[in-house]
Design a protein around this ligand. Structure first.
Ligand code: CP
Length: 302
């Protein structure tokens, strides 16, 4: 993994994914390891973020490295017309690693091709969010004891939700059964269904919860991605399509965990928060340990 960019989750092999998951457990047990002394990481966020940016920056600080960058591209020379190519080349002269979030699909791949240092994709449009997926896998392994042979229900915006695209690709190594639950307008794009079919991974599509909650080991809720809709009325039509309430978990499996990449809007009612099956806040905390594992592996210090 040393020197490798992480743009798509498919950039990492099954063994590399498992190594990150194991390493995250090591960092959770020993969170203050000063492995990045003298290293500088650039954190370039062209789109808003709370968890991804702050957990990456916390991870870098815990590892003893330094962070430069911006959380709002309006404070960068992008506003003067500087291209992503020039910005990336410049920043790669300053830092040992770039963490980048950008609204355009393919932007992270492009940046990785012009950068002289590795690039971690912190989310590119509706495409991929691989570091989220690695923390999701760490959360699944931690709560289920295994990644293998699980039934995973994924609910909400399957069209624009980049976290679910990366998640299904990573989980395809572990023989899951997927239930995709969404409004028709937001169903899983064909390219991801073809990916699963080519790997003989079972999936079913649903337009209502039905019995899926009671069959699942993992219930992965997602927000309808308002910022990706061209027409506000189209968002209004689907924004309340799937709302999880505590009573709906009454016949779910004992081992079920409810995950959500967050932020949530209204798709998980607050009455779920105190249910022991709600795991989304711990999931976000796992992001720090997982990102410590990703950064230290790519920089070759662990
Ligand atoms: N899960 C996630 O990407 O959250 P942020 O948008 O707050 O970074």
């Amino acid at each position: 993994m040393k020197g490798k960019s992480l743009v798509s989750i498919t950039d990492f092999s099954k063994n590399e994914i498992l190594r990150i998951v194991d390493l995250a457990a090591d960092f959770e047990a020993n969170p203050n390891q000063k492995l990045l002394d003298g290293k500088v990481v650039a954190s370039l966020f062209f789109e808003p973020s709370t968890r991804t940016r702050l957990s990456f920056e916390t991870a870098i600080n815990r590892l003893g490295g330094r962070v430069v960058g911006f959380s709002d591209s309006s404070s960068s020379s992008t506003t003067k017309g500087e291209t992503l190519k020039d910005t990336t080349i410049m920043v790669s002269n300053y830092a040992d690693l770039i963490v980048m979030r950008h609204p355009y699909e393919g932007s992270a791949r492009f940046a990785s091709e012009v950068s002289s240092v590795p690039v971690i994709n912190a989310g590119d449009g509706a495409n991929q969010h691989p570091s989220q997926t690695l923390l999701d896998l760490y959360s699944i392994k931690k709560t289920q004891g295994t990644l293998n042979n699980l039934t995973i229900a994924i609910v909400g915006d399957l069209k624009y939700g980049r976290t679910v695209h990366s998640l299904l690709m990573a989980m395809s190594h572990f023989n899951p059964v997927f239930h995709f639950i969404s409004p028709i307008e937001l169903k899983m794009p064909d390219e991801y269904k073809i990916f699963l079919k080519n790997r003989n991974i079972k999936f079913e599509e649903h337009i209502e919860f039905g019995e899926t909650i009671n069959e699942a080991d993992i219930l992965y809720m997602t927000r309808v991605q308002k910022e990706r809709f061209a027409e506000p009325m189209e968002y209004e039509k689907v924004k309340n399509a799937f709302i999880l309430k505590n009573a709906m978990l009454s016949r779910s499996k004992d081992n079920l965990k409810v995950l959500h990449p967050l932020p949530r809007v209204n798709e998980i009612h607050e009455d779920v928060d105190n249910n022991l099956k709600a795991y989304y806040f711990q999931q976000a905390k796992n992001g720090v340990f997982t990102r410590m594992a990703i950064i230290s592996s790519i920089l070759g210090v662990k």
